[in-house]
Write a protein of this length. Structure first.
Length: 179
């Protein structure tokens, strides 16, 4: 509570005040913050009205409307709270100092990223299918669908007792590797 109120209740005074703090500075950052908070508030209002849809009009529409007005006022006042407003102002000033990439650089970078994602996804799909085939052939995995027919979502758990007796003897392994 001490961090929010400070020593003299600055936070609560700022919330109840109607004056803007440094009104001409940090406009984009403040508007973006209010828009993001407003979207969250609208989602909250919608959720409240859907949860209480059968509880009567006061709970379905009245509480979200009053809560929405209160929370929108709080969102507006929070961006004018001195410490937070100074943070938003300095953030916007730093954003203006950054040298942003050109549109062409962004297009090329986006294409590279998308192609890389598609290639990696394709490789992972092929590798997954190869391991699935190999483990099914070896008897470690019994699955339906493409490799075994039946329900593709059914994975039969592996049983060591099914596989161990069919292992070749050590002599068979040695002769296979040596000859």
């Amino acid at each position: 509570m001490a961090l929010m109120t400070g020593t003299s209740g600055d936070f609560f005074r700022a919330i109840l005040s109607s004056q803007a703090y440094k009104p001409g500075q940090g406009i984009k950052a403040r508007h973006g913050t209010i828009a993001a908070l407003g979207i969250l508030i609208l989602f909250g209002m919608y959720s409240w009205s859907r949860i209480n849809a059968t509880s009567g009009p006061i709970l379905e529409w009245g509480v979200p409307a009053v809560g929405g007005v209160i929370f929108l006022w709080l969102a507006y006042r929070i961006v004018h709270f001195p410490r937070f407003a100074d943070f938003l102002i300095s953030t916007e000033a730093e954003m203006n100092k950054v040298s942003w990439s050109t549109r062409d650089e962004v297009k090329v970078s986006t294409i590279v990223v998308l192609i890389t994602v598609v290639l990696v996804a394709g490789f992972m799909f092929v590798a997954d299918r190869m391991w699935q085939w190999l483990l099914t052939v070896c008897g470690f995995l019994r699955i339906g669908g493409i490799l075994g027919g039946g329900n593709p979502n059914m994975i039969v758990p592996f049983s060591w007792q099914d596989w161990i007796p069919s292992l070749p003897s050590l002599g068979d392994w040695a002769s296979w590797f040596l000859f």
